[in-house]
Design a protein around this ligand. Structure first.
Ligand SMILES: Cc1ncc(COP(=O)(O)O)c(C=O)c1O
Length: 384
């Protein structure tokens, strides 16, 4: 804040001169990779069959790039499925759960969505471990004889699990990580993850539409040894005659994919490779989160919704604003949107009123830094 006192009157902070070059701070769909333009996408495959040689090759190339950038071991399969992250996670829930007890962890809206699925749709009577926005449930309480569902990075509260140390090496149940806001931002311990899902729309800045499903060997074993007693739509079917449909993990998608979305993901993955792969993506996310943290620390009226810095998200950073209610946040965010300096920074509709600023790799740290003075300006304007 640049308030100064002249002749006893407060002088208002002037509009900052520097604007974020790309005001895209949405937590999904997230900013496109720097340098992205629609006409840079490879369009050779558009208007052609995804089951033809070129289509299959592009799908396989996309899968190969994801595997390489995630550092995914050969033990884990990775496939492109319908329905963005939700599709991928629900496909896993519907096809795998029911053989043993289930624990669902929820500390924000998306984790709560998986609880609803488990309780009301699948009627699994799960153990539910909950925490309020800003906190994590006690991870030590998790019973690993059950299948355990959790969100690696809770996008609507800005709270993530700090690491995978709490996941038992000797688990009898399977670990299911909704990792959509976590992959490519944190180093994930794949040996602790039996099922993971994500969508290109988050850290990669790709399109939604498709989800990515990762299955570890124990999840495959479950799929091949247990058939749940429930109807499964074709879109969810991962096995045939008791065997995993391996083609799904080689680019033979269940139904027709958007090859435009696939080409867009390939663009993002190639960009990621060009900046140093996973380490480069993580370094950019870290730099963005640190830049935003400096902004928060310099202002008494901003705070982190995540109580413990060890479990504070580095991607979907959720901030408290002193004294702000939902109406204040709405006006605050609208002002910045009107100036063209920050799009989509109001917190999620079910979260406590506050701001949410995406710090994933496709955002530039200079744009986060440029946002600071604009937050001051909006804070002052909104309070008037
Ligand atoms: C943690 C989490 N899970 C699930 C979803 C739903 O993702 P999608 O809309 O890609 O299916 C989101 C979207 O923001 C999310 O952040």
């Amino acid at each position: 804040m640049t308030d100064t006192i002249e002749s006893g009157a407060a002088v208002r902070a002037a509009k900052p001169h520097i604007r974020p070059t790309r005001p895209n701070f949405s937590s999904g769909p997230c900013a496109k990779p720097p340098g992205w333009a629609a006409n840079k996408l490879d369009t050779r495959v558009l208007g052609r069959s995804h089951r033809g040689a070129l289509g299959k090759a592009r799908l396989q190339y996309c899968i190969d790039l994801m595997r390489e950038l995630l550092g995914l071991p050969d033990s884990h399969r990775i496939g492109i499925v319908p329905g963005s992250d939700t599709g991928a996670f629900e496909m896993a829930m519907w096809t795998i759960l029911g053989q043993r007890g289930v624990t669902t962890l929820a500390w924000e809206s998306f984790g709560e969505g998986w609880v609803t699925d488990a309780v009301k749709q699948l009627k699994l009577d799960p153990i539910v471990l909950r925490a309020d926005y800003g906190q994590l449930p006690d991870l030590e309480q998790v019973d690993w004889s059950t299948d355990v569902l959790f969100t690696w990075n809770g996008t609507t509260s800005g709270v993530r699990v700090p690491d995978g140390n709490w996941i038992s090496e000797d688990r009898e149940g399977l670990s299911f990580a909704d990792a959509t806001s976590a992959v490519f931002a944190y180093d994930l311990p794949w040996d602790k993850i039996d099922v993971a899902t994500f969508s290109w729309q988050k850290v990669l800045g790709g399109e939604a539409a498709h989800g990515v499903l990762i299955l570890g060997p124990r999840a495959v074993e479950r799929l091949e040894s247990y058939t749940p007693d429930r109807p499964l739509p074709k879109l969810f079917r991962l096995t045939k005659g008791g065997k995993l449909i391996e083609g799904i993990f080689k680019g033979e998608t269940i139904n027709t994919p958007s090859m435009l979305a696939v080409e867009d993901a390939i663009f993002a993955l190639e960009w990621a490779k060009s900046i140093g792969g996973r380490d480069g993506l993580i370094a950019r996310t870290d730099a963005n989160a640190e830049a935003l943290n400096r902004i928060v620390e310099e202002r008494h009226w901003l705070g982190h919704l995540a109580v413990d810095p060890a479990s504070r998200s580095k991607t979907s950073v959720c901030l408290t604003v002193e004294g702000a209610d939902a109406d204040f946040i709405k006006r605050f965010a609208k002002l910045l949107y009107g100036e063209g300096v920050a799009f989509d920074i109001a917190g999620y509709r079910d979260a406590p009123p506050g701001l949410r600023i995406w710090c994933g790799a496709t955002v530039d740290a200079a744009d986060i830094e440029a946002l600071g003075p604009w937050l001051d300006w909006a804070w002052e304007q909104t309070r008037r």
